[in-house]
Design a protein around this ligand. Structure first.
Ligand code: AMP
Length: 398
C-alpha cells in the first residue's frame, strides 16, 4: 500500500509517500513559500536524489498539484500515476475533545475540524486548507485520514487536564490541557515496549520529546496520564524559542510597562523566548553547545535551564505515576545531544538511574543506561510519518 502523508503549515507543506508496512519512503519533500512565490524540494531516498524547483504556489492547491506532478513525473517520479496512491494521511494539530484517535475524513469530520479552529488558530486552518487542496486535486475517491497531535493525550484524567480556573471556562469554552506531540509520544512509547519485549500495559514510561518544540508525557498502561504542553504548545519546558511555564503576572507587568498588545507579547513568548531568548545566541542546541564551550555564560545557562526543567518534569511524572520504568529521549535534541541527556540523567540518580556513558555517546535507537540501572533510559528516533501512514492504512482498510 502507498500512503501519502501530508503535513500542511500556513506557508509550507511537507509530504512523504511511503509504505506503512515496510516503512519504505519512496519520495518525500517540502513545499515552501506558499502564497509568496513557491519552492519545492523533492527527494528520493533510494536514489539519493534531491532537486529543488521554483514553482508558483499562490495557494496550497498549486502546492499539492506540484507534489503530485513530481511524484508521477518521468524524471523524478516514483509512481506512474496518481491512482497508485491508495490513501492520504493528514497531520492535524488540534482535535480538541472531539477526537481521541485518528479518523477517516468526511463532511462531519471537516465540520468538527472547523469547530476546533478557535483552539489552534495558527495551525488548524492550514491543516484544513491542506485537506481541501488535496481533495480538490485528487478528488473525493482517494480516502483521507486525519491524525491528531492531541489525540494520544485524551486519556489524561480530569485531575491532570483541568486548570484551576472557574469551571465554566472548561464547560463553556473548553479551556483545559490538551497536550501536543501525541503522535511522537505514542510512537516512541510503543516502540520502547516492543524493543524491551514487554507489554506496554506493564510499563510506566516517561517520554521526553526534545526538539525545537519540547514536551514530556507520562504514560501508564500504554495511556497518557499527563503531559507538559497545555491548552497551547507554549507551556511546559523552555523550548527553542517558546518560553515554557511562566507566571501570568509577567504578561501584565511587561504589557503595562512597554505598551505591548497581547499579540506582541505572545509573539515574544512564542518566537523570541526559550533558549534563544536566554542565550541571545540561537534556538539551535548545536550553536548553544558551541558557544558554551567557548565560554558564553548565557548559552551555558540556557542549556542548564533546559536540562533542569526536563529533570523537574520527569521527577514530577515519576511522582504522578508512583514510579517509572523507562525514560525515552527523542526528537532533534533527545536523539542527538548526548551531553544534554547526560546532564538530565545526573539529576535522576535518586530514581536509581545509571547512564552508560559509552552507550550514550552512540547514535540511533538503543538503550543508554547500564544493565543494572533501575530505570531503563533509551534513545528512540521518533517517526510521526510512519504512525500517520499506519493509522491511515488501518482506517481505510476497515
Ligand atoms: P526537531 O524539532 O525535532 O527537528 O529538532 C530540531 C532541533 O534539534 C535543532 O534546533 C537542534 O536544537 C537540535 N539538534 C539537531 N541535531 C543536533 C545535534 N547533533 N546536537 C544537538 N542538538 C541537535
Amino acid at each position: 500500500m502507498k500512503i501519502l502523508v501530508i503535513n500542511a503549515g500556513s506557508s509550507s507543506l511537507k509530504y512523504q509517500l511511503m509504505d506503512p508496512d515496510t516503512n519504505t519512503v519512496f519520495a518525500k519533500g517540502l513545499c515552501e513559500r506558499i502564497g509568496i512565490d513557491g519552492r519545492l524540494t523533492h527527494k528520493i531516498p533510494a536514489k539519493d536524489f534531491k532537486q529543488e524547483f521554483d514553482i508558483p504556489m499562490p495557494t496550497h492547491a498549486e502546492a499539492i498539484a506540484a507534489v503530485i506532478d513530481k511524484l508521477t513525473c518521468k524524471e523524478c517520479g516514483v509512481v506512474s500515476s496518481m491512482s497508485e496512491i491508495d490513501a492520504v494521511g493528514h497531520r492535524v494539530v488540534h482535535g480538541g475533545e472531539a477526537f481521541a484517535s485518528s479518523v477517516r475524513i468526511n463532511d462531519d469530520v471537516m465540520k468538527a475540524l472547523e469547530d476546533c479552529i478557535p483552539l489552534a488558530p495558527l495551525h488548524n486552518p492550514a491543516n484544513i486548507t491542506g485537506i481541501k487542496a488535496c481533495k480538490g486535486v485528487m478528488g473525493d475517491n482517494v480516502p483521507m485520514v486525519a491524525v491528531f497531535d492531541t489525540a494520544f493525550h485524551q486519556t489524561m484524567p480530569a485531575k491532570a487536564y483541568m486548570y484551576a480556573v472557574p469551571y465554566e471556562y472548561y464547560e463553556k469554552d473548553k479551556v483545559r490541557r490538551y497536550g501536543f506531540h501525541g503522535t511522537s509520544h505514542r510512537y516512541v512509547s510503543a516502540r520502547a515496549a516492543e524493543l524491551l519485549n514487554k507489554p506496554i500495559e506493564d510499563l510506566k514510561i516517561i517520554s521526553c520529546h526534545m526538539g525545537n518544540g519540547s514536551s514530556i508525557a507520562a504514560i501508564k498502561d500504554g495511556k497518557c496520564v499527563d503531559t507538559s504542553m497545555g491548552f497551547t504548545p507554549l507551556v511546559g519546558l523552555p523550548m527553542g524559542t517558546r518560553c515554557g511555564d511562566l507566571d501570568n503576572g509577567v504578561l501584565q507587568y511587561l504589557m503595562n510597562k512597554y505598551g505591548y498588545s497581547i499579540d506582541e507579547m505572545l509573539n515574544i513568548l512564542n518566537k523570541k523566548s526559550g533558549v534563544l531568548g536566554v542565550s541571545g545566541v540561537s534556538s539551535d542546541f548545536r550553536d548553544l553547545e558551541e558557544a558554551a564551550e567557548k565560554g558564553n555564560d548565557r548559552a551555558q545557562l540556557a542549556l542548564d535551564m533546559f536540562s533542569y526543567w526536563v529533570a523537574k518534569v520527569v521527577g514530577s511524572y515519576a511522582a504522578a505515576m508512583n514510579g517509572v520504568d523507562v525514560i525515552i529521549f527523542t526528537a532533534g535534541v533527545g536523539e542527538n545531544a548526548a551531553g544534554t541527556r547526560a546532564d538530565i540523567a545526573k539529576y535522576l540518580t535518586y530514581l536509581g538511574t545509571k547512564m552508560d556513558d559509552a552507550e550514550n555517546a552512540k547514535r540511533g535507537e538503543h538503550v543508554v543506561s547500564t544493565p543494572d540501572s533501575k530505570v531503563t533510559m533509551m534513545v528512540i528516533p521518533t517517526d510521526e510519518e510512519l504512525v500517520i501512514a499506519q493509522d491511515t492504512k488501518a482506517i481505510v482498510s476497515k
